[in-house]
Design a protein. Structure first.
Length: 150
């Protein structure tokens, strides 16, 4: 079986499966929502967890930049649910993004103590979504014409 013209022979691809598309859609929408809220309304968004950003332009700039990056990652992740050739990359980005956030929050809990309950819940959800991305990555990828055993 030959690869489509936009993929080199032997490129890693994802099988078109409903669970894969669902995980990418949900994880993309969540990242888009959080990223947009952090980019466009950082004080209000962080205020829901008792974090006061104030009016420090540097702090707001750093917060909005992270929100923009998360928004962009969310768009890529969600596109992977609809554009087959982006599914592998989107799944890797989803796993890396969510696990980085979740593991960083766990490190922060160990080093800094337990934050507001909303942030603890965020850590748990980030780990669940990140692990779901890893699961579909392993379960639905295949190289070239041969599917991997999963």
């Amino acid at each position: 079986m030959t690869s489509p013209p936009y993929l080199p022979e032997g490129a890693v691809k994802m099988r078109n499966a409903r669970p894969l598309r669902l995980v990418l859609l949900v994880s993309g929408v969540v990242a888009i929502g959080i990223g947009a809220a952090t980019l466009f309304a950082p004080a209000a968004f962080h205020g829901t967890n008792g974090i006061e950003l104030g009016s420090d332009a540097g702090l707001l700039s750093e917060t909005r930049a992270a929100g923009g990056a998360l928004l962009a990652a969310g768009v890529l992740i969600m596109l992977g649910a609809f554009v087959a050739r982006l599914a592998f990359t989107a799944t890797v980005v989803g796993a890396a993004t969510y696990l980085a956030y979740g593991l960083s929050r766990l490190l922060s809990i160990a080093l800094d103590g337990i934050p507001a309950s909303g942030l603890v819940l965020a850590a748990a959800l980030e780990m669940v979504i990140g692990l779901a991305c890893v699961f579909v990555l392993v379960r639905y990828r295949h190289r070239g014409g041969r599917e991997t055993s999963a």
